[in-house]
Design a protein around this ligand. Structure first.
Ligand code: FES
Length: 211
């Protein structure tokens, strides 16, 4: 009987600049440069770099976004993809302008988390994991948001909505429809800004106004 053959393929190399359609803005490049000074090597900046990419690519990490991070950090595509797919906070498929992330962990479950989820499904006419046809809302279920004392809780971009009731949800959805705040992109930007010092943020603003 023939021995099974195991073929070891060459590891993919970091994409070359000429193969890429680089999309990081001037701001994003400055932010990444500042972030790289925080770490002993480029690889360690991968999580904030992915937040920058999620913002720059409009809310989810396309294969181009992953390739751009790989190129800018000098890593392989597979390595960056491995990190991006490990963490649920990075979106790998298109999502709505707002993500409604309902906690259904123990405290929230006991305080009506699933009722909130059902209410939202009915109200928006979508099921878990789906996006409304107008592209505004994506509904997901998440683990504990660390606000158990105020259950049931839902994260919407950069805010936590606590002690939820159907009335509060109605008001929130109405507010979101009129607003540009708490979007998926705003959350990615907030995460990037959290990683930068006040001084770095000022230097970036100054460099952008001078350019
Ligand atoms: S269980 Fe929902 S915030 Fe902790």
């Amino acid at each position: 009987m023939q021995e099974p053959i195991i073929r070891i393929t060459e590891r993919p190399k970091p994409p070359q600049p000429e193969e890429l359609n680089l999309r990081f803005s001037e701001r994003a490049v400055l932010e990444l440069e500042a972030l790289l000074t925080h770490y002993p090597d480029k690889k360690s900046a991968m999580l904030p770099a992915l937040w920058i990419a999620q913002r720059e690519y409009g809310g989810h990490l396309t294969s181009d976004a992953i390739a751009e991070v790989a190129y800018r950090l000098g890593r392989s595509y597979a390595e960056v993809e491995g990190v991006a797919t490990f963490y649920t906070m990075y979106n790998k498929t298109p999502v709505g302008k707002y993500m409604l992330e309902v906690c259904t962990n123990l405290s929230c479950m006991l305080c009506g988390g699933y009722r909130i989820l059902e209410y939202l499904q009915e109200k928006l006419g979508i099921r878990l994991g789906e996006t409304t046809p107008d592209g505004l809302f994506t509904l997901t279920e998440v683990e504990c948001l660390n606000n158990c004392g105020d259950a049931p809780v839902m994260q919407v971009g950069d805010i936590y909505c606590r002690r939820l009731t159907p009335e509060k949800i109605d008001a929130l959805l109405e507010e979101l429809r009129q607003s540009e705040a708490h979007t998926v992109v705003a959350l990615a930007d907030a995460e990037v800004q959290l990683h930068l010092s006040a001084q770095e943020r000022e230097q970036i603003e100054r460099a952008l106004t001078q350019s």
